[in-house]
Design a protein around this ligand. Structure first.
Ligand SMILES: Cc1ncc(COP(=O)(O)O)c(C=O)c1O
Length: 365
């Protein structure tokens, strides 16, 4: 039998608006073929003007504060290079955090310290202690339906982070790819809403339109985003004009909004059924009931090593990303194992079967 994959956060193909994207691609190409197949302008190119204007409108900011790159991970890499170019190499992250972000910070010389996540975000006391001790250049947070845990930070935690940033003078990088995918409850203020001048927002169209377009962005001060654009030019000369033009048109015509509505309608039942299945399989070890996004997660006491869990899961027909990768230095909390359970791409019965199998391996059944 093919294994049940609890491995990656890829959108299910049912939510990709491929027909509309083909139409928009044909439309922009027939209007501006030479421009879209030629080198774009160089000299701190922040990205397609119409796209930056559309993103600025959605995010309540102005275009000169928006930089668009080839996916948000690349934007994060350029941003980390800028933020870690000075003396201060200290970075604070949620624990667990997005593994690729942690690796980027480490690659740029960052000394990464984690603060444990609770079901409603950072443990505020621990965050206060850590930032007072390590004096970070910035704190990296994924406040909405976090990858890998699914945790959505509460308003109190968001405000506490902003208050600490004001007190200690650090920047906040908020990474928001899952923010629009909310299945329950009301939208919470973004961290940038609470402290626009302290926060750099990173965002992506990968989970709300198409990951293949590779469109991600950062919103910060005009000086910061211009600096990122200069670094970008030294790496890949200019952004990709065709996919940015398609993304701009998709925002203009409401295709992103309809793709979000379709994704929410498609994913809500998967989320609800996955929460019920994971609660039944793992009980209180389930870290959070997210209400949005792609991920559930489990932090559980176990007598197994991670290697034993991976091998046992494989024998039981389940593959998953080893949880230690999501922790600074690859170190799990003592005596615990962590499992990320993406639910977005799995039929409900597969998720339930996989969760039960993993739970059995975890307790040695
Ligand atoms: C938190 C987070 N940030 C960034 C990314 C990268 O997204 P992309 O490069 O497709 O915009 C992902 C992808 O899964 C993610 O989960």
């Amino acid at each position: 039998m093919t294994p049940i994959p609890f491995t990656r956060g890829v959108p299910p193909e049912q939510v990709l608006p491929v027909t509309e994207l083909v139409k928009l691609t044909t439309e922009v190409l027939s209007e501006r073929p030479v421009e879209l197949f030629q080198y774009p302008r160089i000299g701190a190119n922040l990205g397609d003007d119409a796209l930056r204007a559309a993103l600025a409108g959605r995010l309540g900011t102005t275009p000169e504060r928006v930089f668009v790159g080839n996916g948000s991970l690349q934007v994060l890499d350029l941003l980390a290079a800028a933020l870690l170019s000075g003396e201060n190499k200290s970075v604070v992250v949620e624990e667990p955090t997005y593994d690729r972000a942690r690796q980027i910070f480490e690659r740029h010389g960052g000394q990464v310290t984690g603060v444990p996540l609770r079901s409603t975000g950072f443990a505020v006391d621990a965050l206060a202690d850590v930032v007072a001790r390590v004096r970070p250049a910035f704190v990296y947070t994924i406040p909405d339906f976090q990858n890998p845990s699914g945790v959505c930070a509460g308003v109190e935690q968001r405000q506490a982070l902003v208050d600490l940033a004001e007190r200690h003078g650090f920047a906040i990088v908020e990474d928001t790819p899952y923010r629009a995918l909310r299945y329950h409850g009301v939208e919470l203020p973004s961290i940038a809403d609470l402290a626009p001048e302290r926060v750099i927002t990173v965002g992506s169209l990968s989970k709300v339109l198409s990951p293949g377009l590779r469109v991600g962005y950062a919103v910060g001060t005009p000086e910061l985003v211009a600096g990122i654009a200069v670094r970008a030019e030294g790496t890949y000369l200019t952004p990709t004009p065709l996919t940015q033009a398609v993304a701009a048109r998709a925002l203009e015509y409401g295709v992103v909004d309809s793709a979000i509505a379709d994704a929410v309608a498609f994913l809500k039942p998967r989320h609800d059924s996955a929460v019920a299945a994971a609660r039944a399989a793992f009980g209180d070890a389930l870290l959070a009931e997210p209400g949005g996004g792609y991920f559930l997660s489990v932090l559980a006491e176990s007598r197994l090593t991670e290697a034993e869990l991976v091998a046992g899961a494989k024998a039981a027909g389940v593959t998953f990303a080893p949880g230690s990768a999501f922790f600074p230095g690859g170190r799990l909390p003592d005596g615990k194992l962590f499992l990320r359970l993406p639910f977005q791409a799995l039929p409900e019965s597969d998720f339930a079967r996989g969760a039960r199998a993993l739970a059995d391996v975890l307790v040695g059944r």
